[in-house]
Design a protein around this ligand. Sequence first.
Ligand SMILES: [Fe+2]
Length: 276
Amino acid sequence: MTKKACELIIDHQPFKFNVEGEFFWGENKLLFKEQDNVISKMSWKEVGYDIVEAFQENQFLNLKTSIKKNIINAFKLNNIEFDENTFTLDKYHEVINSDALHNKVIDVTRNLENSDFDFDIDSLVEKFGNILGYKLTSWVEELKKSHIQIRISRPNSLDINPPHRDGYLSYWKDIINVWIPIEGCNDKASLPVLPGSHLIPENQILRTESKGAKINGNIYYVPCILETSEGVIKMMRPKINYGQALIFSPYLIHGAAVNQNEDITRISLELRFPRA
Ligand SMILES: [Fe+2]
């Protein structure tokens, strides 16, 4: 594998990390279907993402509590020492103080299902389906399960996936991506996107194959997009509040959600809803 520096601009600030992989430019082809895709009825279809209301205050607090329960469960499964009475999500990095421990926790939190959470996923499916004007489901047929993933990013860490498009993976081709802020998701830590990037054809994208990029020792399922024909990727973090969700096309370039807070762990929830 070739070692490269992935250089990005996030909200006008340069950011750089090392990535290993084999990189190539694609064919002269646009993967995003211009007609009848899940965002094609939206006024924001050229931008590729929007911020929508997702939860009332009490619903959000219940969701946050059940996320905390799942993380505590992952601590217990791995016999990690912590004080259950004083533990708060934003101080996760004080309990989990090494990459090895963190990897044990995310082995549990990356593969959760609807039944692990105290929230009504079907009402969210319906709400977003009504917004988009398409019937959605939480069931991913190719994987034979729903997809709910807690994302945890410690301060001053490389707990990030590379800039990527989920739509490169066959089971994420016809879905709406949902990103929900839970803790520490401020302007230094929430998810960066490249607006309008779902409209970039493959011959203008330099990337790896799926499972072809390694960052900080971890191999990612999604391909790493290193740059476009316009050069360094210039991302921005959309402003989002708790109780809202960022919804976006699976072809929108996103990721590299580095947590630039000094002392707050960032937690978010990722869902994906295929068209029914
Ligand atoms: Fe993604």
